[in-house]
Design a protein around this ligand. Structure first.
Ligand SMILES: [Zn+2]
Ligand SMILES: [Zn+2]
Length: 277
């Protein structure tokens, strides 16, 4: 398990190169313990945050949403667990992509050491991937040097934080002011405790370096809620210890009366391409 672990509108699927220049678009290609990958584009620069499915599967899912894998500019990695890295090597070979990861992730990800273009970044130090401004921050998870990100272009910012055992002040600080958030809502504590997982695994998931429960995600979102927050995609839902309905019901109760749109990312099916207007 340690190895894996304005107005928002739904635009019709488009080739990344045809996306309106400057508008941030996001598609969660899939999320959960069997694979994670998020497509982010401003219409000029298109990247993947994690590539935890096979390269073939990532190609298939991108094409399913009208996105061209050949239009990718880079892969940004959150941490070394297989569910975030499975397809990187082959995607890099196929599309000649640079890979961005922390020094700690690079050290652990020995399979990537021979890749031609690896860029190590430090959490807390901003960098750019062409037109996208990336701000990485440390998250609490059982990996060497795991990161969450905010990504900005043309005054719009999105935040991505999956795989975190606890919400720190740092995480809250970084996720404030985003228009779209992709955050983990991993489990329902009762389902986890009454479920089939062995005790050690339940303990690991509940630990400060494990995964967030729905209620913890709700508290995080309440803390960072602001008038500009338009959409939240709940991610990394456990297929054993959570259901999309449970996670969404929890949020609906907490955020009734706010204009925030919620959806739950699925392991099997990409979200629509979500474009910030
Ligand atoms: Zn992980
Ligand atoms: Zn994971």
């Amino acid at each position: 398990m340690a190895a894996s672990c304005g107005e928002m509108s739904l635009q019709p699927p488009r080739h990344s190169a045809e996306s309106s220049k400057g508008q941030l678009s996001v598609c969660v290609l899939g999320s959960g313990s069997r694979g994670n990958a998020v497509y982010v584009s401003d219409g000029i620069t298109s990247i993947l945050v994690d590539a935890g499915f096979s390269a073939r599967e990532i190609d298939r899912r991108m094409r399913q949403r009208g996105l061209d894998p050949a239009g990718l500019s880079a892969i940004l990695v959150t941490h070394e667990h297989t569910d975030h890295m499975r397809g990187i090597e082959r995607l890099v070979r196929r599309h000649r992509l640079p890979v961005y990861l922390t020094a700690g992730t690079r050290r652990e990800a020995t399979a990537l050491h021979h890749l031609p273009e690896i860029h190590a970044f430090d959490c807390g130090r901003d960098f750019r991937i062409d037109t996208l401004a990336v701000r990485p921050f440390t998250i609490s998870h059982d990996a060497a040097d795991p990161a969450g990100f905010t990504i900005s272009a043309n005054g719009s910012r999105i935040g991505i934080a999956t795989d975190l055992g606890q919400v720190t002040a740092l995480v809250r600080e970084h996720l404030r002011g985003c228009r779209l958030l992709i955050v983990e809502a991993n489990h329902d504590p009762d389902m986890l405790m009454n479920g089939p997982y062995p005790w050690f695994l339940k303990q690991r998931i509940r630990s400060r370096t494990g995964h967030l429960a729905n209620q913890e995600t709700g508290r995080l979102l309440a803390d960072v809620l602001h008038p500009g927050l338009e959409r939240v995609v709940l991610a990394h839902l456990s297929e054993t210890n959570n259901t999309p309905e449970k996670a969404l019901t929890e949020m609906a109760a907490l955020f009734a009366g706010t204009p925030v749109n919620f959806e739950a990312a699925s392991q099997a099916i990409p979200t629509p391409l979500l474009t910030l207007a």
